[in-house]
Design a protein around this ligand. Sequence first.
Ligand SMILES: *Cc1c(COP(=O)(O)O)cnc(C)c1O
Length: 464
Amino acid sequence: MTAITNHMPTAELQALDAAHHMHPFTANGDLAARGARVITGARGVFLTDSDGNWILDGMAGLWCVNIGYGRDELAEVAARQMRELPYYNTFFQTTHVPAIALAEKLAELAPGDLNHVFFASGGSEANDTNIRLVRTYWAEKGKPSKRIIISRRNAYHGSTVGAASLGGMAGMHAQGGLPIPDIHHIDQPDWWSEGGDLTPEEFGLERARQLERAIEELGEDNIAAFIAEPVQGAGGVIVAPDGYWPEIQRICDEHEILLIADEVICGFGRTGNWFGTQTLNLRPDIMTVAKGLSSGYQPIGASIVSDEVAEVIGRTEFNHGYTYHGHPVAAAVALKNLEIMEEEDVIGHVRDIAAPHLKERWEALTDHPLVGEAKIVGMMASIALTPDKKRRAAFVSEPGTVGLVCRERCFANNLVMRHVGDRMIIAPPLVITPDEIDILIDRARVALDETLDELKSRDLLRAA
Ligand SMILES: *Cc1c(COP(=O)(O)O)cnc(C)c1O
């Protein structure tokens, strides 16, 4: 068999891809007929494809390539670590330097007394760990009935059986018999779609108090934890109204439950601080991290837990762990990634330069006829597409139809912008410059104009 390389014609690569590669979250039959876009390389905030296009990656891969593509330092660290110690486990009373150093670094960066790190290969695994951690924690404290974890509809916590159960994605629960028992979902704080006649403030409080009502109904003695993303990412960059999070923190404080902040997207600078919980003033007992931890250069995640949680778990043998827990190469790369973020003051760049510029240009998109609201926190942002801004109306078409049109117009204009239903979302690499932000916005505007034209020609510019 001949080697499969970047130099093969696109059509051949697509045919081989269709023949053997099952894509995640994809109708593979449809994709096989169309052919996947073949990404061949990347530098900074741009991807290249097999047809020679330069595509601005408005999603930083999958919200993860925070320091941008093409960082040689990370490649060098990986090569060095592979030569020195490519793999060893930490199960049986052994440890190694990359795991020690990364755990120490995460304890330093994480707020409060979140000082203890349990590794995983990604966010889903870390959230599976969290399910077992919180239940084991309460059992050790003599309260084994505290098992239920409360989460939110339209949340994303990953794709393993446990993590997808924690998540609130209806489409995921519809397949494969999810969720597992003892997971309870409350509604999300999405004012644009679900706020009705309430003001955003009234609505935010109402949604937060659903947590308190759920605790009362299910019984505090049965509840282990509440899990939430500081800003819902895959759900459509849903930013809660202002009063929501203080009320959630009050409820968690007044009831005996643990707060798990899923920082897989928000962590490592995305919101303008090291962690989203710092931006929102939350005091979690456990944080889930992954994605930006290594800027996506290696698969690694972790649960970072408080002194108290670690002490209680430490009383017993916690019968849980992954082969690649604290993988030396992944840990060494993650540590180097965090060092680069500090040396280059990436968070200062976000706070003082990139996020203010993006905010100004992103919010101005609301002058476009299709754009209802624009939301942004740090370097994650969304716009709601609508045929009628005043009524915050949905389109007459199946939800997601218009969003998909817009996504394809973006791709045709060499911009990766994702759609969630009829919301468009971005989360570019944190190192993006103001000039590159201007390119992103200019391409988004062209795509929005072309979307509007297409909706008119297909008679889709109508409210439900
Ligand atoms: C991506 C994501 C996960 C899952 O992480 P994987 O590395 O894909 O397993 C969990 N939580 C949130 C908030 C995410 O965005």
